[in-house]
Design a protein around this ligand. Structure first.
Ligand code: FAD
Length: 403
């Protein structure tokens, strides 16, 4: 039955690396591929290689729970994530690939007066930035999501902050769409090519040592997500980042019953339903540093408890699979898109557990920085030296919660 597939062409080439590129990007995840795509499309820079140690999509871009939103509170974050949302809204037409962008709405439940006040403040900040936000009362939420445990004595649900334009996107398709679009414009995507060292001459980067030999470059751009610190070690650069595991889960297929993305406000749990019917859910990071793409049972138990506290019927649902990805946790929960103390080395890191939704804006702003040596206006706040200057964008407890 699959005989027809024999004539299908690969969506991108598998080129032999050239000896030198104008720009090398380390990491073929969402951010590295989006950066290559916008470098070629927006800035006409096509002599670019993306070096990926595994296969395209083997990192967090293919491991996340696919949620997109722009419901942030703080000045630096809010316009940036809204730029990303606007790019998501036109992405499929832009790269001519079905990424299954689904603006099904994201609801953050609140369970106390204090939490309602905090969500009201966040919703107001969103509206002041032109982002949609609605504060829903208990009855409205009950009509939309009758299966939630409204009578839970410890965590009664009082309402929710909703962003209707938030939702989900098919994560693999994002990686494939950007990879195909970059390749079509001349970018070399080189898989199974691990960067093992960075060569410096006269204070500048001259190229990278890789598992496929030395490759020279004019500019070097890091987009290694959970491995950012190990790559930065190659030039003795210490980053304000710790790597942690975040787990995710998918259940057996069920008839459609959760139309939106819903996050629990009284514990670490969030859920949506995939088009195949599986519930896709997760919670908090495993609390210790690790570079392993797997997590521990204590977190599994915590996520299951929080899930059942929010939706009692979940106790009868079977989990099919769980997996982990490595999070590059920055100290204030916000990312870094910046030049580094080395002239032709650029840094894109610190996306924590929320970098999937940022993929288009991150690629767009990073490409601008690499091409022009000047930050894009919308990503200007994400400076590397903000920790030293005390200019933190501390939103880890609000907008940058898992998902
Ligand atoms: P990656 O896909 O990890 O890309 C980095 C790449 O660099 C990897 O492919 C890696 O192999 C490669 N690499 C590393 N070192 C080297 C080297 N030395 N040489 C060559 N290549 C190298 N975000 C959201 O917005 N919404 C969500 O719902 C969400 N849920 C999540 C759930 C889970 C379980 C996880 C793990 C993450 C989640 N995230 C979410 C976070 C999001 O996935 C990440 O922040 C984002 O994907 C990171 O950017 P990336 O796609 O470029 O990373």
């Amino acid at each position: 039955a699959l005989r027809g597939n024999r004539t299908w062409q690969p969506a991108w080439r598998s080129p032999v690396p050239k000896t030198h590129y104008d720009v090398i990007i380390i990491g073929g995840g969402g951010h590295g591929l989006a950066t290559a795509y916008y470098l070629a499309k927006e800035f006409g820079i096509t002599n670019v290689a993306v070096l990926e140690k595994g296969y395209v999509g083997s990192g967090n871009v293919g491991r996340n729970t696919t949620i997109i939103r722009s419901n942030y509170l703080l000045e630096g974050n809010n316009p940036f994530y809204e730029l990303s949302m606007k790019l998501w809204e036109g992405l499929e037409q832009d790269f001519n690939f079905n990424a299954m962008v689904s603006q099904r709405g994201v609801l953050n439940l609140y369970h106390s007066d204090a939490q309602r006040d905090a969500y009201t403040r966040r919703g107001n900040a969103m509206r002041l930035h032109g982002v949609d936000a609605d504060l829903l009362d208990r009855n409205t939420v009950r009509q939309m999501l009758p299966f939630l445990d409204f009578d839970n004595a410890r965590f009664p649900i009082q309402g929710a902050l909703m962003q209707k334009r938030g939702g989900t996107v098919r994560h693999d398709a994002v990686a494939w769409g950007y990879a195909r679009g970059a390749d079509m414009r001349g970018v070399d995507i080189i898989q199974n090519c691990e960067v093992t060292g960075i060569r410096r001459e006269n204070g500048r980067i001259s190229g990278v040592e890789t598992s496929q030999g030395f490759i020279g470059c004019g500019k070097l751009a890091m987009a290694a997500a959970g491995n950012s610190t190990t790559v930065a070690d190659m030039v003795d650069m210490k980053l304000p980042i710790e790597s942690h595991v975040l787990q995710a889960f998918v259940s057996e297929g069920l008839k459609p019953f959760i139309d939106n993305v819903v996050t629990f406000g009284a514990g670490h749990f969030y859920v949506s339903q995939s088009d195949k019917g599986g519930l896709v859910f997760g919670g908090d990071i495993d609390g210790y540093n690790s570079y392993a793409q797997r997590g521990n049972l204590a977190t599994v138990e915590h996520v299951a408890e929080a899930g059942v506290a929010m939706i009692p019927a979940l106790s009868r649902v079977r989990v099919l699979r769980s997996w982990g990805g490595i999070m590059d946790m920055s100290m204030d929960g916000s990312p870094i898109i910046d030049r580094t103390p080395i002239d032709n080395l650029y840094l894109n890191a610190g996306w924590c557990y929320g970098g999937f939704k940022a993929t288009p804006a991150s690629g767009f702003c990073y490409a601008h920085l690499i091409a022009k040596n000047e930050p894009h206006e919308t990503g200007r706040a994400f400076r590397l030296d903000r920790f030293a200057r005390g200019r933190m964008i501390d939103e880890k407890g609000v907008g940058a919660q898992p998902n």
